[in-house]
Design a protein around this ligand. Structure first.
Ligand SMILES: COC[C@H](NCc1c(COP(=O)(O)O)cnc(C)c1O)C(=O)O
Length: 326
């Protein structure tokens, strides 16, 4: 067994019988919710924190986060004996703040959405001489996330027909695209899933410009960056990148179905990806000729998410189902 180099673990790659039956090909689930911090974030964030610590010049790290990048930063900082400050928007569920404090991090709340928290984190970094750990926009974060693809290359029987990822600021997407280039799978279609109201990449693609959303109106607050990172925007112009958007209700229904069928509770952010199968996006793309039919296989990056529990699920069910149907 090779010595573990990062703070992340090699996650299970499971087959979903129900999803495979629904789309007529093998659907593999890359279970990133099994990571120590509950999401894939520890791969890239942990790698960046290790690099910061190895420079020995840091007084501490600071991360603005919808929750999961903050969890990864707090966990890695504790392991590295670095002080950590996490700045959350008020849209992040309270349970996350307690989990961060349990990791020994200092928690501050600033603004309504991630962009507001990020502005405060940059101000604090400057005033207190802290090292910024960006939740999605840094080459070290993308490099760490690319480890997912190397694990897929080692585990899959053959090149996948397509990979599905959720998009917040685009860091996971950048890591996946970097990894695909590295293993020679640069032509594999990557389906980029967002929710209405947190669809910064989709809107940028339609505008052919890296535009900023006026606000975040989706309940999938962990996808709540108003502007995608430049690198994600560049990657999204590649022929193998496909951008799709689902509603919060579709993401919620996907979370509920996944819980029933696969016995795992994930965040709405992850539901956005799962909805690609559960809400028929894959089949529509095949009918439109934008995905091959049949697909050799499908890999779902189950990004996970640590800010979900039964109470939060019940809250989201009430809020989303109370909304007037558009
Ligand atoms: C505002 O928030 C950005 C980031 N969450 C991002 C995130 C994503 C999307 O990853 P990204 O595209 O931002 O690298 C997917 N799935 C889950 C469960 C996530 O938490 C954060 O935690 O600070």
């Amino acid at each position: 067994m090779s010595k573990q180099t990062g703070f992340h673990v090699v996650t299970p790659l499971l087959e979903s019988t129900a999803m495979s039956k629904q789309i007529g090909t093998t659907v593999y689930l890359k279970m990133e919710g099994s990571q120590p911090t509950g999401s894939f974030k520890i791969r890239g964030i942990g790698y960046m924190c290790q690099n910061v610590a190895s420079s020995n010049k840091s007084k501490g790290v600071i991360c603005s986060s919808g929750g999961n990048a903050g969890m990864a930063t707090a966990y890695a900082a504790r392991k590295l004996k670095l002080p950590a400050t996490i700045v959350l928007p008020s849209s992040t569920p309270q349970l996350v703040a307690q989990k961060l404090k349990d990791q020994g991090a200092m928690v501050k709340v600033a603004g309504k959405v991630w962009d507001d928290a990020n502005a405060e984190a940059l101000r604090l970094a400057e005033s207190e001489g802290l090292t910024v750990i960006h939740p999605f926009n840094h080459p070290l974060v993308w490099k760490g996330h690319s480890s997912i693809v190397h694990e897929l290359k080692a585990s899959l029987p053959s090149k996948p027909g397509a990979i599905v990822v959720s998009i917040g600021g685009g860091g996971l997407f950048c890591g996946i695209m970097e990894g695909l280039d590295e293993v020679g799978w640069g032509d594999v279609p990557v389906l980029c899933m967002e929710t209405v109201g947190a669809d910064c990449l989709s809107v940028a693609l339609k505008a052919r410009d890296l535009v900023t959303l006026p606000d975040i109106t989706s309940e999938a607050t962990c996808l709540g960056a108003k502007t995608a990172c430049q690198q994600a925007f560049e990657y999204s112009k590649r022929p193998n990148a496909i951008s799709e958007v689902v509603t919060d209700l579709q993401a919620l229904e996907a979370v509920e179905l996944f819980l029933d069928e696969e016995r795992v509770l994930v965040e709405l952010a992850c539901g956005a990806s799962l909805a690609a199968v559960y809400s028929g996006v894959i089949q529509r793309l095949q009918e439109e000729g934008r995905l091959p039919k049949p697909l050799d296989s499908l890999v779902m990056i189950v990004c996970g998410g640590g800010s979900m529990n039964l109470a939060q699920l019940q809250h989201l069910q009430a809020v989303i189902r109370k909304r007037p149907h558009l």
